[in-house]
Structures are given as structure tokens and as C-alpha cells.
Design a binder for this molecule. Structure first.
Ligand code: AMP
Length: 116
């Protein structure tokens, strides 16, 4: 676990602004600053103990289930309940923030692309 607060921990702490759409004790959801889809919301566990989805699945599967349920709830509100869920895992896969987060992508998405 990094000793430095991640950019997402700084959002959780309200040290930097974000367009927050949902929050509870376990997770926060806010709009991605560089959206790749008509709806692009990040769902982030409040703990930064897990760098990526594989660590989260191994270390706290119930929290991973909470992330997925939150993605569904956000999609229900903002994109008719349908969405693509992306967890970039590792730098070569495009991960830039090593505090696990789910990209909820919705709206009209291109059929051919699996990426965000
Ligand atoms: P990843 O590349 O999978 O690690 O995703 C990191 C995501 O965080 C990118 O899509 C960024 O656009 C997004 N991001 C970075 N900084 C912020 C911020 N301050 N507010 C909202 N989204 C951010």
C-alpha cells in the first residue's frame, strides 16, 4: 500500500474537487475528468489498500461485489441500467491510478471496442 494518498483518496478527503454522484461508507462514485463515453463514472473503494481488481478480489471479495452493485446502481440512474465495466490492470493495460477503480461506461458505445 502506498503511503502517499492516491488522487482518489484526495477526492474522498475533499482535497480536490470531483463531480460526485454517489458515496457511502465503502465506496465513492464520481464522473471521470476525461470521459471516454457519454456516461463515464468511476467507482472507487474508499480504501486504497488494493492497487487493482485482482488484489481486491483476493483480499476483499465482498468489497468487489459492492463495487459491482454500485456500478449497477449508478448505471440505473444515468444510463438505463446498461453499462460496460472496465478495470484496467497494469500500466501496459492503461492503468494510471493504482488505487483500484471500476470504469462504468454507458450511453451509446461503439460495438467494436472493448477498451474505454
Ligand atoms: P486508469 O487509467 O484505469 O488508472 O483510470 C484512471 C482514470 O482516472 C482516468 O480515466 C482519468 O481520466 C481519471 N482521473 C484522473 N484524475 C481524475 C480526477 N481528478 N477526477 C476525475 N477523474 C480523474
Amino acid at each position: 500500500m502506498s503511503t502517499e494518498p492516491s488522487i482518489f483518496s484526495r477526492i474522498i478527503a475533499r482535497e480536490i474537487p470531483a463531480d460526485i454522484v454517489f458515496e457511502n461508507d465503502a465506496v465513492i462514485a464520481f464522473r471521470d475528468i476525461a470521459p471516454k463515453a457519454p456516461v463515464h463514472i468511476l467507482v472507487v473503494p474508499k480504501t486504497q489498500a488494493f492497487a487493482n481488481v485482482s488484489e481486491l478480489a483476493a483480499g476483499d471479495p465482498a468489497l468487489l461485489a459492492t463495487v459491482v452493485a454500485t456500478a449497477q446502481a449508478v448505471a440505473d440512474e444515468y444510463c438505463d441500467g446498461e453499462f460496460r465495466l472496465v478495470f484496467n490492470t497494469g500500466p501496459s493495460a492503461g492503468q494510471t491510478v493504482f488505487h483500484v477503480h471500476a470504469h462504468v461506461l454507458g450511453g451509446t458505445l461503439s460495438e467494436g471496442s472493448l477498451g474505454q
